[in-house]
Design a protein around this ligand. Structure first.
Ligand code: MIG
Length: 749
């Protein structure tokens, strides 16, 4: 076969190399997978290549074409298409064409594409078959034309490297994809708390007021974000005069239980005697035009130059710049505009910026057709790699933000004394999860965007990026109390839980509407903290196995065709199903439950699966269901993590028997990597009228935060005579259908 090389890389992985691909950065690390080959490739007479998985025909390479652009036409009958990271649309991507080229487009309409993140990873699945992952290992612009049974993938390159990944099911494919593209590191625990942001809290007074309100009103909160106005004239790594003593301010905030996250854009203001510009100029770190001069473009500070993160010495220089922020006590870095976004490349930029700042309205800006999403400077900008080789921007663009995040992560290592990094990035490529969490950029306070965010976030999770979220309440446009309530109710179950809104829009803090809104929002934010032990456990599984944290409900039963079109429900982990209300004035909704039996979140009701139910959803409640025979971990609510040094662990069992592992570490340092953590296996089973509970230490090397364990068994089976825990009988109570007993943590194990 001309121009095609096929390799069996390992039991679950095949690599197709079409033509001669040229990749400036390789994000892939090939993993080992022993055992019998799960794929087999056969060449048919008509030159078609057929791939079998477990002896089932999963796809055919019908034809391919290699020149300046490389295209491959695949065929799978009746396939569903999942993944592709951050895209507007439904979870099943079938029927549309998508492009991968990182773009800042603040107007998220039904057909807007591309957006900020490029992950050329697709999962092809049909009922009754194993799932197949297709990863296009190309940083060039790629397209996925998913018309139907025939689907075509192209890369703007002289070749294309394609990995086929075998999985028994969709989750298994995702796990293996993260063997290839990388696993996320465990985030600091505080980053799983509630985060409050706004463009911008622009002075020390304003920030302190937000912090004091949170504590006075007992709205739990762990982080406050500083958007671009904390800087002096938007110059990165500087502070505005409105923050006279950042270190003192942050120390005070830390004492109150808050962490500070500061925004950093890649654009460096071109201004002599500004140390970031001067040192960068001296080290020649900025990207160039074809004529060898620095490329200049307009962003918030006016005329800017942009670091060439492709080079190692440039990454090191960028790492160094973070020193002052970390010395001031900053705990997280928020990387915005890193597609990279350039507002304009001439004087017109200044005019537009003035307009944007005086009367900020995204729809007006969109219509001006003068913003970065119209152009990506693919031809103008030139990068140079460590070997002196020159690359056109279009080949680097998709990985630019990932390279920046690498440099930022190094800054934590260098200046944060073993504390875990927290980076929130807007753009990214496959593998960004190794360095940063992401958010879905500039959505709007529209009900449609509340619903839309579900497909975006679960698809990012299916694409290896488990730590992500949307701006809760919506970024652009004006939020209402009801929308904030419904969005917060759902946000509790999303990996990243951040309320953020744009300049010029209605304020969106929990107290910005009325008393009722504040009360309901507070109650749900407290629920997030109650669920912390469970959520942290999901993050552990994600960082260890690469499992998604939130998932489409089709992952409950891949063979149930009816699940593939459900876009307004999702799974929180494997066993909790969330059915948010996504329309105004709705006080009930229809919920389709996958096979099996399901409990209501409070354990009181039971529902049959493979059925649609009409479920009540008063304004202050979100319908949540727990799969029969599962175990959920909870603790008492708190104002921030870890407000109390000693905590209670609630082990809630829905049904007769359940089994789970529970992970715990200090939530702060990297010591867990050296084994300083605890892992327990907990199982419970009812035999006749006796409950047998086993609490087993699998690993224990951390002092532990939980002093006692309360088991609460939601049983619809009536009383029991006895509870036996690790061979010894324990006293229990039985009230309103809940069997309860409490033991000292150290006595259990
Ligand atoms: O072009 O820093 O998506 O979260 O508040 C706007 C100001 C620049 C875009 C980000 C948004 C942030 C805003 N930024």
């Amino acid at each position: 076969m001309d121009n095609l090389k096929i390799e069996n890389v390992n039991a679950a992985l095949i690599k197709f190399t079409f033509g001669n691909p040229s990749n400036p950065v390789n994000v892939v690390k090939v993993f080992e997978e022993k055992g019998e080959k799960l794929f087999s490739v056969k060449e048919m007479e008509n030159e078609q290549i057929v791939v079998f998985a477990d002896d089932k025909k999963v796809l055919t390479v019908k034809e391919y074409h290699v020149s300046e652009k490389t295209c491959v036409k695949f065929h799978t009958p009746w396939a569903h298409f999942l993944g592709l990271g951050e895209k507007i649309g439904t979870i099943d991507r079938r029927g549309r064409k998508f492009e991968m080229l990182t773009t800042d487009n603040p107007l998220h309409l039904p057909d807007t594409d591309p957006l900020y993140i490029s992950i050329p990873f697709l999962i092809v699945v049909r009922t009754g078959q194993p799932a197949v992952g297709i990863f296009v290992n190309s940083t060039a612009k790629t397209t996925f034309d998913l018309q139907g049974d025939d689907y075509t993938i192209c890369a703007d390159d002289s070749g294309m490297e394609v990995y086929l990944i075998h999985g028994q099911n969709v989750i298994n494919v995702v796990e293996k994809f993260t063997h290839l593209s990388g696993k996320p590191q465990l985030p600091p625990a505080w980053a799983l708390g509630y985060q409050q942001s706004r463009w911008s809290y622009a002075s020390e007074g304003e920030v302190m007021e937000i912090a004091q309100h949170m504590r006075k009103k007992e709205i739990p909160c762990d982080a406050i974000y500083l958007d671009i106005d904390y800087m002096d004239k938007y110059k990165v790594f500087t502070w505005s005069k409105a923050f006279p003593n950042p270190q003192k301010m942050i120390t005070k905030l830390n004492e109150m239980g808050f962490k500070i996250v500061t925004i950093i854009d890649p654009g460096v203001k071109k201004e002599e005697e500004y140390s970031v510009y001067d040192s960068g100029k001296e080290k020649n770190v900025f990207v160039k035009k074809a004529n060898g001069e620095d490329f200049e473009g307009y962003v918030w500070p006016g005329k800017c130059v942009f670091p060439d993160f492709l080079r190692d010495d440039v990454k090191k220089w960028w790492t160094e710049q973070h020193k002052s922020l970390f010395q001031a006590g900053v705990d997280g870095i928020w990387n915005d505009m890193n597609e990279p976004a350039v507002v304009w490349d001439d004087e017109k930029g200044e005019e537009l910026l003035k307009l944007a700042k005086s009367e900020f309205d995204f729809s007006v800006l969109g219509r001006l057709k003068a913003l970065p999403y119209q152009r990506s400077y693919e031809e103008e900008i030139i990068h140079t790699d460590d070997f002196g080789k020159k690359w056109k921007h279009v080949k680097i663009r998709n990985v630019y933000a990932t390279l920046e995040a690498m440099a930022t992560k190094d800054a934590f290592e260098k200046f944060k004394n073993g504390k875990r990094p927290f980076i929130l990035s807007r753009a990214g490529f496959a593998g960004i999860q190794k360095y940063a969490a992401v958010w879905t950029g500039d959505n709007s306070s529209w009900w449609e965007h509340l619903e839309e965010s579900i497909a975006e976030i679960v698809s990012l999770n299916l694409s290896g990026v488990s730590f992500c979220g949307a701006d809760i309440g919506g970024f652009g446009a004006n939020c209402t109390g009801e929308l904030l309530i419904r969005w917060t109710e759902m946000g509790v179950f999303m990996p990243l839980f951040r309320n953020h809104s744009a300049i010029g829009t209605r304020r969106q803090e929990p107290w910005a509407f009325d008393k009722q809104t504040e009360e309901i929002v507070r109650r749900h934010i407290r629920r997030r903290y109650e669920l912390f032990p469970h959520l942290y456990n999901l993050f552990y599984e994600s960082s260890t196995y690469g499992r998604p944290i939130v998932r489409p409900i089709l992952t409950c039963d891949q063979d149930d065709e009816a699940l593939y079109c459900v876009n307004d429900e999702f799974m929180f982990g494997k066993n909790v199903l969330i059915a948010p209300v996504v329309r105004p004035n709705a006080r009930w909704r229809a919920v389709y439950l996958p096979k099996g039996k399901w409990f209501s979140f409070d354990g009181k009701k039971m529902y049959d699966g493979k059925k649609v139910h009409k479920v009540e959803a008063p304004l202050d409640e979100i319908p949540v269901f727990v799969r029969e025979n599962s175990m959920i971990f909870r603790t008492d609510p708190m104002n921030f993590l870890f407000e109390k040094e000693k905590m209670k662990l609630y082990v809630d069992v829905y049904g007769k028997s359940a089994q789970n592992t529970f992970y715990e570490d200090d939530g702060e340092t990297l010591k867990y990597k050296e084994g300083e953590y605890n892992l327990y296996e907990i199982s419970i089973a009812r035999a006749q009228d006796i409950y047998h509970v086993n609490f087993k230490r699998l690993h224990s090397a951390y002092k532990g935060k939980y002093e006692s364990v309360v088991f609460r068994i939601m049983t619809h089976e009536g009383r029991t005579d006895k509870v036996i825990l690790n061979g010894k009988e324990v006293k229990h109570t039985f009230e309103s259908g809940i069997l309860k007993f409490e033991v000292d943590f150290n006595d259990v194990i």
